[in-house]
Design a protein around this ligand. Structure first.
Ligand code: SAH
Ligand code: SF4
Ligand code: F3S
Length: 443
């Protein structure tokens, strides 16, 4: 009898990838994914620790499953509750104390041991399991084959981070930088292509730190890896995320120009437009260096869409520092972006800095920055009005008879098209634009 697994993912694309791999693991144990938690035999929460709000949300959502678990117990059936991800890695003891009804807590580097944990749980009922080690043998070596779940897939090529930006928990929750081998990545990309993937997003917390060896043991960087992946039949579109500005080399820029499968889209977070604040953040580049990379990229690849992350209200950020961020945004212009209020994270150097910025000031700055960014996103999208573009139809839209897809520049497009066109790359004319979505007509 197949059992049902409900999995809820918070946080970044790496967590989405990890969740997909946990589904692959559980499939081998006879579990099938369900979208209804009431129907599940096992529930996994894959958590994120990046900002305070993200962590707190998890406790309140998780609490809702306590009555469901108790009800199941009364019926003589069990509901296994698993919490995975970065919150667990950061505070496993605290977490298990706050959520006493959770059976298994595991970190981002131990989920390949899930089958063994389930066996242990079965043998020793009522004993809870915590596994937050960083095992010496990389989990990637013991995962089952990846399978596509649609035409767009994520593939983790690099994990962990050695950058230690002063505000960030990732180096502590994900550990040190680790690059998977080129051979392993190409093999996984082939499996994904063979099971339906056309659009591949290569993932890493610091993706352009990826390095490895080619087939003849020659040293390779990300541009060489991308070249190898681009040779796989069936893979039509390649993107990679997230890039750290000072690791962005001329070879990477040339790759955008020379490999047609590399999409004209780049997420290159700057975080702040003030060099003083960048230094306090331990971001090892200046605004001038960032703008120089952008200028080179735009020369090599004029249609590239640029995206960034921003943090407002970092400790000691003055009105003047913030105005410099606004000025930088006006100079560079972004097609997409994500912006956040600084959130003090326990154990990070920035949390102990003096002159933390009051909440109301953060709110006000975020509103002003987002208003400017949304204006830029809308203006960028408006350039496409009436133009022809290619859209990969990836999913059904909410509205009946419509499908959702992306342009090469990663814009969301809604297209009226029959469901049997899912998975196709179609020519579309853009009929309407807004800050976050385009309406397209099939040509
Ligand atoms: N590796 C990526 C970012 C990963 S976290 C990079 O270096 O760009 C994603 C984004 O969350 C970051 O770019 C940053 O903008 C934001 N972020 C991280 N820690 C934060 C914190 N403590 N408070 C607010 N935003 C934060
Ligand atoms: Fe965090 Fe900085 Fe590493 Fe990105 S580069 S994951 S922001 S420490
Ligand atoms: Fe969150 Fe961990 Fe990703 S903290 S952003 S899920 S690496």
């Amino acid at each position: 009898m197949t059992k049902k697994l409900f999995i809820k993912t918070f946080g970044c694309q790496m967590n989405v990838y990890d969740s997909a791999r946990m589904v692959d693991i559980m499939r081998a144990l006879g579990f099938e994914e369900t979208t209804d938690p009431a129907d599940a035999d096992m529930i996994i929460f894959n958590t994120c620790h990046i900002r305070e709000k993200a962590s707190e949300k998890i406790f309140s959502e998780l609490g809702r499953f306590k009555p469901l678990k108790e009800e199941r117990r009364k019926q003589g059936r069990d509901l296994i509750l698993v919490v995975a991800g970065c919150v667990v890695q950061a505070e496993s003891e605290e977490f298990m104390n706050r959520a006493k009804f959770v059976d298994i807590a595991l970190g981002p580097q131990t989920y390949h041991r899930l089958p063994e944990m389930l066996r242990r749980l079965e043998q020793k009922r009522k004993q809870r399991i915590i596994d937050v080690e960083f095992p010496a043998v990389a989990k990637f070596d013991s995962l089952p084959q990846a399978r596509s779940n649609g035409v767009s897939s994520f593939l983790a090529i690099q994990e962990g981070c050695d950058r230690f930006c002063s505000y960030c928990v990732v180096p502590y929750t994900r550990g040190a930088e680790y690059s998977r081998s080129l051979k392993e990545i190409v093999a996984e990309a082939r499996q994904l292509a063979a099971t339906g993937t056309k659009d591949l997003m290569l993932l890493g917390q610091n993706v352009n730190a990826w390095h490895g060896e080619g087939l003849n043991a020659e040293p390779c960087d990300l541009s060489r890896l991308v070249k190898a992946v681009a040779e796989i039949d069936g893979i039509e579109r390649i993107r990679y995320v997230t890039s750290y500005p000072s690791d962005f080399t001329d070879d990477m820029i040339a790759m955008h120009r020379d490999i047609p499968k590399v999409m004209p889209y780049l997420h290159l977070p700057i975080q702040s437009g003030s060099d003083r604040i960048l230094k306090k953040m331990n971001r090892r580049y200046t605004c001038a260096e960032y703008e120089e990379i952008v200028a080179k990229l735009r020369t090599a690849c004029p249609d590239i869409a640029l995206s960034s992350d921003f943090i407002v209200g970092f400790p000691e950020e003055t009105d003047e520092d913030f105005e410099q961020t606004m000025e930088l945004v006006r100079r560079v212009t972004f097609a997409q972006s994500y912006s956040f209020k600084y959130s003090a994270r326990p154990g990070t150097p920035a949390a102990a800095m003096k002159n933390q910025v009051p909440e109301e000031i953060k709110t006000e700055r975020l509103e002003r920055l987002q208003a400017l960014l949304i204006e830029q996103h809308a203006a960028y999208n408006a350039l496409f009005l009436g133009k022809e573009t290619k859209v990969l139809l990836e999913d059904k839209a909410k509205k009946d008879g419509y499908l959702l897809g992306h342009t090469p520049q990663m814009q969301n497009v809604v297209v009226k098209a029959p469901e049997n066109m899912l998975g196709q790359i179609v020519r579309v004319r853009i009929a309407k634009t807004a800050a976050t979505t385009l309406d397209g007509e099939l040509l």
